[in-house]
Design a protein around this ligand. Structure first.
Ligand code: DAH
Length: 340
């Protein structure tokens, strides 16, 4: 009898399992394919007397859904088992991840910015492709100043007024034209000069500019901030020395030396046996620069300073050849793995 057969299959189906995709597929073929058990029963169904058709039809349908449900349940169990990574050994030592290193110039720049931000300086930024006004004229360079010379400055050929900035002092001028005092900013960035590349010179390098403008800012303030910077950067024993100098944008101007951090001031080849090395230029902002920046020089005074990041890095890490900074030789860069 067909109903006996149906009940038999129903009982069989409640016990089926599959531990692989292949096993599941053969179950599907056994029950659901064209020549499978369900089709077979459908064929037999044609011979069922009319008065029994309703009952038997319902039975076959029930069997069909039971099989479909069971197969899809088994399929789900299989895919859940596949994504269960219980065979992975989580206690195994991992492969070492090879991290990159920060560039030495970035390490030093970050440290400089950090020291000054602890003293209340905010960051400021300006474009590397600048105009003559921001780089030279607003900074009080006379028309015939040698720094404007073709030999130092990269010009954009078709636009004689547009140049690659030769120093970050241009950011001073950018800040002044948009901000009124008190101004206290630190401006790190890349600068360009038309120089032949050698161990001691490059056509681009990096500077950090500092600018402080407020009422009654004095040279003493400048000296104290620079002393604090030198000691934070090079150690608490570091001495500083200010020598009179000249810059168009500051008056008076000075250059600052620190006691040689390589020999401790005793004299070595790095400090040319003087015990001192120059690290920055500084001075009181020239009133003409304040006025060019739209700041009333009868109310405000300020100081400024500028330093080369490569120079500070040389001192901290004894890098002898400037070219190493831009060659991207990983053997050199990896030496700074521990420094950041
Ligand atoms: N701009 C100067 C240079 O490139 C460095 C400098 C000197 C910046 C004195 C200053 C400063 O702000 O006051 O050599």
């Amino acid at each position: 009898m067909i109903t006996d057969r149906i009940n038999e299959v129903l009982a069989e189906v409640s016990g089926i399992t599959a531990d692989s995709a292949e096993a599941l597929e053969s179950l599907r073929i056994r029950y659901m394919s064209k020549k499978g058990i369900v089709s077979e029963l459908m064929n037999e169904f044609r011979n069922v007397p009319a008065e029994q058709k309703r009952e038997v039809g319902m039975k076959i349908n029930e069997l069909k859904t039971t099989i479909q449900d069971r197969i899809s349940e088994l399929r789900q169990r299989l895919s859940a088992a596949e994504s269960d990574h219980s065979d992975i050994d989580l206690t195994r030592t991992p492969y070492p991840v090879r991290l990159g290193t920060r560039h030495p110039l970035s390490i030093v720049k970050n440290e400089i910015v950090d020291i000054f931000s602890r003293m209340g300086f905010a960051m400021a930024d300006g474009p590397e492709i600048e105009d003559d006004w921001h780089v030279f004229s607003s900074m009080n360079f006379a028309e015939d100043h040698p720094a404007r010379d073709m030999q130092d400055t990269f010009f954009i050929e078709s636009h004689p007024d547009i140049i690659l900035r030769t120093h970050t002092s241009s950011v001073q001028s950018r800040v002044m034209e948009t901000t009124q005092p008190p101004i206290r900013v630190i401006c790190p960035g890349r600068v360009y000069r038309n120089e032949a590349i050698s161990a001691r010179a490059h056509c681009f390098f990096h500077q950090v500019e500092g600018l402080y403008i407020d009422k009654e800012v004095s040279f003493t303030d400048l000296k104290q901030v620079l002393l604090t910077f030198a000691r934070e950067m090079f150690g608490a024993d570091t001495q500083i020395r200010l020598r009179p100098s000249y810059f168009p944008f500051t008056e008076p101007s000075a250059e600052m030396d620190i006691s040689c951090n390589i020999c401790g001031g005793k004299g070595c080849s790095f400090c040319k046996h003087t015990g001192w090395v120059e690290i920055l230029g500084c001075g009181m902002v020239d009133p003409a620069v304040l006025e060019a920046g739209g700041i009333d020089s009868s109310l405000y005074t300020g100081y400024a300073f500028g330093m080369g990041i490569e120079r500070i890095t040389n001192l901290k890490y004894s890098v002898k050849d400037l070219r190493l900074f831009s060659e991207n030789d990983t053997r050199f860069l990896e030496e700074f793995m521990a420094a950041h």
